[in-house]
Design a protein around this ligand. Structure first.
Ligand code: GTP
Ligand code: MG
Length: 369
């Protein structure tokens, strides 16, 4: 299960500003391209109102949210695959992430250098798309070279696998050569599995994060409209945030102050929260809860997972010795107000090993090892 998102984009578009606000950890952000060289890695709590609502009813000693990791890397420029700018070697830092957040500059500010001299989201997106595709193409070509040897192997297992992978790689190489992402090639589950160890960046789901000025949040500006039109074509999601505003909010000490600030700005939730939740969803993740007097805790599981595997996320013993899961949905708790009342109403179920866990379930595992 991959719990992380990698942030990409041109230099100086606000990647580190957004990363710092996300993680409340200072990452160097400055008005010059290539400010970031070493990758920044940060763990971020996943905002979830249900966790607070459960805790109000159960009143635990500790509350532990789910987390997701973000990786901020150096900016890419046109020609990065040929060594322009800082080159593309640092993309290795995001090969293993589960999903990509592509930050696009959607603000005007003459003081902030744009590497191509003009703010143009469509061209910026195209440049990054091509550079990511070329980086993947390098990986695919290298693998194809190895496959030639493997196809001649006397070990039938190795040669069969290589023969099965070969046509898939050809299709992907064709797409990448045309600047299309690997995810545009239709593959079934088995085919995807055959090439999953390549960790192709353009195979991952991607969302566009439009970085706007603080006054651009109310309505979409022309840049944002362009990004949304492009996203619709390539089936990506879009989140609009103001890196500058978010870093001001992140600097506030208490949640109360943050809420007041948001209200004054006419916002329901911070753009960052939306970004985190969209990223979490894009990674194919859901949340279940464990709730007791000691702690109420959110646990992350892959969508569609069965009860024993969900139990194994807490501890492998829980999966190995899984017997049953006592289970109810958090919305039932919000309605009945206590576990006792849920029990009286017959709302607590005993689920077996085939139970598919739902987002928002509250689970108590019975196991025996
Ligand atoms: N006006 C305005 N400036 C911003 C905004 N977000 C970031 N900036 C400024 O843009 C400059 C670059 O921001 P960074 O976060 O360092 O950009 P980066 O994408 O990480 O850049 P590299 O690491 O060089 O690739 C900084 O001076 C920021 O203060 C914004 O929403 N509005
Ligand atoms: Mg940076």
């Amino acid at each position: 299960m991959q719990l992380n998102c990698g942030i990409v984009g041109l230099p100086n578009v606000g990647k580190s500003t957004i990363f710092s606000a996300l993680t409340s950890a200072p990452a160097e952000s400055a008005n010059y391209p290539f400010c970031t060289i070493e990758p920044n890695v940060g763990i971020v709590e996943v905002p979830d109102k249900r966790l607070g609502m459960i805790s109000e009813l159960i009143t635990p000693q500790k509350i532990i949210p789910a987390v997701v990791e973000f990786v901020d890397i150096a900016g890419l420029v046109k020609g990065a695959s040929k060594g322009e700018g800082l080159g593309n070697k640092f993309l290795g830092h995001i090969r293993q992430v589960g999903a990509i957040i592509h930050v696009v500059r959607c603000f005007d500010d003459d003081d902030i250098v744009h590497v191509n001299g003009v703010v143009d989201p469509a061209s910026d997106i195209e440049i990054i798309g091509i550079e990511l595709a070329l980086a993947d193409l390098e990986t695919v070509l290298k693998r194809q070279e190895n496959l030639v040897k493997q196809m001649k192997s006397h070990d039938k297992k190795i040669s069969d696998k290589a023969k099965a992978a070969d046509p898939i790689l050809k299709q992907i190489a064709n797409a990448l050569e045309e600047g299309r992402p690997a995810r545009s090639v239709e593959l079934d589950k088995i085919q995807k599995e055959l090439i999953s160890d390549l960790h192709l960046i353009t195979m991952k789901q991607q969302l566009y994060c439009c970085n706007v000025n603080e006054d651009g949040l109310d309505s979409d500006n022309e840049y944002v409209k362009k990004v949304k039109a492009l996203a619709q074509k390539d089936d990506s999601q879009v989140v609009v945030i103001s890196g500058k505003l978010e870093s001001e909010i992140a600097d506030l000490d208490s949640q109360e102050e943050k809420n007041e600030f948001l209200e004054a700005a006419g916002l329901e939730e911070s753009g960052l929260d939306q970004l985190i939740r969209t990223g979490y969803d894009m990674l194919g993740l859901n949340t279940y809860f464990t709730a007791g007097e000691k702690e109420v805790r959110a646990w992350t599981f892959p969508k569609g997972c069965k009860a024993p595997q969900a139990a194994g996320i807490i501890h492998t013993d829980f999966e190995r010795g899984f017997i049953k899961a006592e289970s109810y949905h958090c919305t039932d708790l919000f309605e009945y107000k206590s576990e006792l009342k849920l029990k009286e109403a017959g709302k607590i179920r005993l689920e077996g090993k085939d139970y598919q866990v739902l987002d928002g379930d509250v689970l108590n595992f019975r196991f025996n090892v």
